[in-house]
Design a protein around this ligand. Sequence first.
Ligand code: 7RM
Length: 629
Amino acid sequence: MPEKQLSGEVYYPKQQIIDHANAKCQDLYEFAKKDYVGFWEKEANDLKWFKKWDRVLDDSKKPFYKWFVGGKTNIAYNCLDVHTETYRRNKLALIWEGEKGESQSYSYFALRRDTCRFSNILRSLGVKKGDRVTLYMGRIPELMIGMLACARIGAIHSVVYGGFSVEALHERLEDSQSKVLIVSDGAYQRGKIVPLKQIADEALIRAATVESVLVVKRTGESINMEAGRDMWYHELMALPIAGNSCTIEEMDAEDPLFMLYTSGTTGKPKAILHTHGGYMVGIYATLKYVFDIHEDDRYWCAADPGWITGHSYIVYGPLLNGTTSFMYEGAPTHPYPNRWWQMIDKYGINILYTAPTAIRGLMRFGDAWPNRHDLSSLRLLGSVGEPINPEAWRWYYKTIGKEKCPIMDTWWQTETGMFMITPMPCVPLKPGSGTKPFPGLEMDIVDEEGKSVKPNEEGYLVIKTPWPSMLRSIWNDPDRYVNQYWSKFPGMYLTGDSARRDEDGYYWIIGRVDDVIKVSGYRLGTAEIESALVSHSSVAEAAAIGLPHELKGNAIHCFVILKAGFSKSDKLIEELRQHVGHEVGPIAKPEQIDVVDSLPKTRSGKIMRRVLKARALGLDPGNISTLEE
Ligand code: 7RM
């Protein structure tokens, strides 16, 4: 039992959870507090290196930190080859179920073999170390194989979420200067087909660097195949050059592994860069300790591989830990709201990791759906993407976890690569709080001057120590990396979130303080939505804000000023919504669009979204001294 009585609604860990844990987590906190560099070094020693590092951390060129300097490794080697060299070769690495109900599984042996075959194909198409490859597909095994194949040969993968559309994909192909695009003909979603290849064709018209397009057949719908550019994945994989073995590229620990686009404060999305060495160590250790991963577990992260959660905790984390990862292609409620519960029962899933929006979406169908299934295999639950409201937390805990599974509410970002604020199995939980920083991390909540705020006061959430899976930079824009994350408070990483810490030291995330909107856990920038709106012939100016939404967490509300000659109509509003869907993607479609005559602006012409939001919520807009009118 903890020494101190905690305040509020507290759930103490069950003894069997503590006993099962693969480490005494109090010891981890203590060890890492004394020597965080030593803590990470110890974790790195669990993994295979072609050459060990000379130095664990080099902070001589802050904020361009380097980890495991001089070390040589390859994350794909640690995900696959280290296991196929042992008795794990015949163990399942991946179990996949399609939305239509079909299933496939891959042993570590099979996943390595197919990855090697695909690596050979990529090499034969001229893809070399450092080249960029974009992947745009649904949740299918080939996405995992594609990512691992890039990693194996040292190519940098850039996965574009399948929910994004033409302009978003085009921008990402262009910015990354990708040589190859891997796409599926389409993706199943709620019984319908999302025509990914068709969207890609449109995006490719202006993407000059793409030489080859490799198409995975998923739906079998008829698509356009451009001679000389487009090739079928299954045909390539059957060629003799796709041998079952493939030499591995020995990567420097600091060599880039992938780039992943995410939305920021202003302007276009930026590509966050992660590495082979430090990223690997961070992901491996956090998943092992937080979700208490054991190799006989069946672990299900229900996120999309196209987001950081999927990169770290569907693909790399589970494989590094030698466990079995489960992947489901479709929607949680298709064809019925028991779809998830049925699969937990069918496959004996031990750990489920999902987002509050999904939990709320399933909760509204009532307890009868989960109660029809045996969920007793579950041992741990997880939540990510946005603050979880206590009501959804309690439902998840009681109805799904049967009051025996702790909920790991993990706070982290594309930029952090790994869990940052999170419980571990020994930590008492409070619904809605991610509890405390992971061992080895010093975090704080500070005021405008960078000084720690008092308990329960709101402030900027910052990180004060470097960590191995931290972003290294922004692709092609190191200045933006410095300005965005390290300039407001010298020596501190700015997360962009506001938070408070209670009297027990528990962190409570309040939300973004910048122009990022989290819709159903997906991160979108106001700038992307606004620029899509003004690209329509009728719109002169636009502003987007996020307003609270019962299921989605936040929903997008827009304000537009129409150009002369256009007038407000339901037809035009619907056309604008569709236009945003086409340009950015269906997830970005505004909930509501209001036509207005003017927008609140600062004297320098910046739209004051804060004022729009306060007005919409009927709140005091706060300090409006910079307002123009
Ligand atoms: C993993 C991910 C990052 C932003 C972050 C927060 C919000 C994420 C939680 C959360 C409260 C959580 N990466 N966020 N997890 N807020 N509790 N457990 O979501 O780059 O897409 O977004 O998401 O605002 O800054 S992300």
